[in-house]
Design a protein around this ligand. Sequence first.
Ligand SMILES: Nc1ncnc2c1ncn2[C@@H]1O[C@H](COP(=O)(O)OP(=O)(O)OP(=O)(O)O)[C@@H](O)[C@H]1O
Length: 264
Amino acid sequence: MRNGLTGQGRSGEDQAFVRMSNLSKVYPNGTVALNDVNLDISEGEFISFVGPSGCGKSTIFKLITGLSGHTSGELSILGLTPKEARKANNTSFVFQDHTLLPWSTVIDNVMLPLSLRGDSRKESRKEAERVLEMVGLRDYTKALPRMLSGGMKMRVSIARALVSKPKLLLMDEPFAALDEITRQSLQDELLSIWQQDRSMTVLFVTHNVFEAVFLSSRVAVMTPRPGKISNIVPIDVPYPRGEDYRTTARFSELVGAVSKSLNH
Ligand SMILES: Nc1ncnc2c1ncn2[C@@H]1O[C@H](COP(=O)(O)OP(=O)(O)OP(=O)(O)O)[C@@H](O)[C@H]1O
């Protein structure tokens, strides 16, 4: 894997899963949100983006999903443009706001992506039950969102993102609104789900350095606006990682290294 920072030495043959080369974004009002971002992400990586508010973390996601176009540079997802990748339909999202349909049951919410693409109800239901089991909500299929706690709603949201078996999962501060205990248990669950089948590539935005170091194989540290990647910290602790990892000396060292990078 290339170090992913410089973007130099591109041969075109070593295909990254996500490739950003000199990627820049200027919004129509003149705000320079990203300036020359260079990063290669390999298939099956779990990479977090940390940085000060407004440094362009969410903008990277908007560009990857094709919701917004980049101004210059290159962005490809397995060799496809963001718009082509969107049509290929193998990307899912989880946001801080769970965005569940309030009038639909848990199972209907989770089945939604499959129903929208025309899968049979029977097959969709089976898949939805499978992912609800993974997030520990198999017994809540008939509940309405308002009956659930914040953590449970987030679990439903994660289940809905996983139901279509995405190759790429984009998570934008998914646990930011949760209390610390719920947040840590969701981090444990997310990691345990991802560790079962490491083929899914996860891009995760967070303000929380502990969360980034716990989950990720690399942490991309961004500068204040206009956003650039100032450092990539490899998290050289093998998976599977369990909750004990949080109490190790290596975990503290890595949190220190990322925090130091953020303050430079
Ligand atoms: N549609 C838009 N038009 C103009 N400026 C925008 C637009 N969207 C975002 N910005 C600006 O671009 C910069 C980067 O925004 P972005 O939301 O990507 O940052 P962020 O790092 O995700 O922030 P936060 O951590 O606060 O969520 C900010 O200064 C923001 O105000």
